[in-house]
Design a protein around this ligand. Structure first.
Ligand code: DX5
Ligand code: ZN
Length: 231
């Protein structure tokens, strides 16, 4: 018979604000909150690490005033360390930085954790996960890019599925409990596979915000966790 996988019914949905209407940010945030989002994913881009600019500390500070959702800050910047104190003062809940941007991974993870913020490392699609094996017991979560970072609305890179499986297996063998978050091209077409592979948190930007019924889109992703089976 069917054995449901560990993440069935518990997957968290983190809408990415990048695809929202920035001219109506306050309304968009309250709509997404009422639609059943678990986290609010915030993409900070600096035009150096990625070929795009988004928003920074003042905007996140403003968002914090209008949202009760846990804030999940994804730093796509060349100097992630510069922003940790400010983000801690704002009161964000998750911070992740790219392994490709930081020499002192262990130190930065600990700096974030000391502020009682969940600390995570992001891997680009081409980055081997072995690079962070020796901090796997320190980090609270790993954010796996399933598109090349910089833009919303790109298509999911299929090879990344195998990476999720490998990390998930490692996690089980070593009895670690960091969460696995997946970001890029997530839709109801691939969500079951992602959850099955071990994803705990799904980020979705265009899939949610390019529709006119946010609640329905979030529900459709959560529903994918009910069809999720173990191998
Ligand atoms: C891309 C960002 C993503 C992006 C996802 O660099 O990290 O969070 O908003 O957008 P979709 O879900 O449209 O691929
Ligand atoms: Zn992101």
């Amino acid at each position: 018979y069917n054995i449901f996988c560990m993440n069935a019914n518990t997957v968290k949905i983190a809408p990415s604000l990048l695809s929202a209407d920035f001219g109506r940010l306050k309304e968009e945030i309250s709509q997404i909150e009422n639609a059943g989002a678990d986290l609010l994913h915030l993409d900070v881009m600096d035009g150096h690490f990625v070929p795009n600019l988004t928003f920074g500390m003042p905007v996140i500070q403003a968002i914090k005033k209008y949202s009760k959702l846990p804030l999940d800050v994804h730093l796509m910047v060349t100097n992630p360390d510069f922003y940790i104190d400010h983000l801690a003062n704002i009161g964000v809940d998750y911070i992740s930085f790219h392994v490709e941007t930081e020499y002192h991974i262990n130190r930065l993870l600990n700096k974030i954790k000391e502020k009682n913020i969940k600390s995570g490392i992001v891997l680009n699609p081409a980055t081997n996960w072995n690079q962070i094996e020796y901090v796997a017991d320190i980090m609270d979560f790993i954010l796996l890019m399933t598109v090349n970072p910089g833009f919303g609305g790109q298509s999911f890179i299929l090879n990344c599925l195998e990476k999720i499986r490998i990390i998930s297996k490692y996690k089980t063998i070593r009895k670690l409990n960091f969460e696995i978050e997946v970001d890029g091209g997530v839709t109801d077409q691939n969500a079951s596979n992602l959850i099955n592979a071990g994803a705990d948190i799904l980020v979705a930007g265009s899939y949610i915000f390019n529709s006119n019924n946010y609640a329905q889109q979030i529900r459709s992703l959560k529903l994918c966790s009910q069809n999720c089976l173990t191998d």
